[in-house]
Design a binder for this molecule. Structure first.
Ligand code: FES
Length: 132
């Protein structure tokens, strides 16, 4: 069996949503001290919807594929759904990652959660459930 799924290879070769959002209102940067990989997520949130999301990843192929898939999973979704994104969902959407590469998907989850935290601290939105 190939080490990486077709989907991992496809997202690694053609990552979605690479880049910077100049007027992002949520930015999160995380790193893994062991491998040294770094991931930065930019969110543009309007009306509690993730209107746009982009990433910059300095890291391995699995980290790039995980970032790409994670952005696809939250783009256009309500903030509440994005908050529920787990590394497991990212890895499953990629048709799996080797065990020793699971931490790459964890980085994607953490980067998105960090960007959402940043958004919440900027807007002061403790809970968006019934904002008015
Ligand atoms: Fe560390 Fe992939 S090897 S994020």
């Amino acid at each position: 069996m190939a080490l990486y799924s077709e989907k991992v290879m496809e997202h690694f070769r053609h990552p979605r949503n690479v880049g910077v959002i100049e007027d992002a209102n949520g930015i999160g940067t995380v790193g893994n001290a062991k491998c040294g990989d770094i991931m930065k997520m930019y969110l543009k949130i309007e009306d509690d919807i993730v209107r746009d999301v982009k990433f910059e990843t300095f890291g391995c192929g699995s980290a790039i594929a995980s970032s790409s898939m994670a952005t696809e999973l939250i783009k256009g979704k309500p903030v509440a759904d994005a908050m529920k994104l787990t590394n497991k969902a990212v890895a499953e959407a990629l048709d799996g990652l080797p065990d020793y590469k699971m931490h790459c998907s964890v980085l994607a989850e953490e980067a998105i959660q960090a960007a959402l935290d940043d958004y919440r601290s900027r807007t002061g939105a403790a809970d968006s459930s019934d904002a008015g």
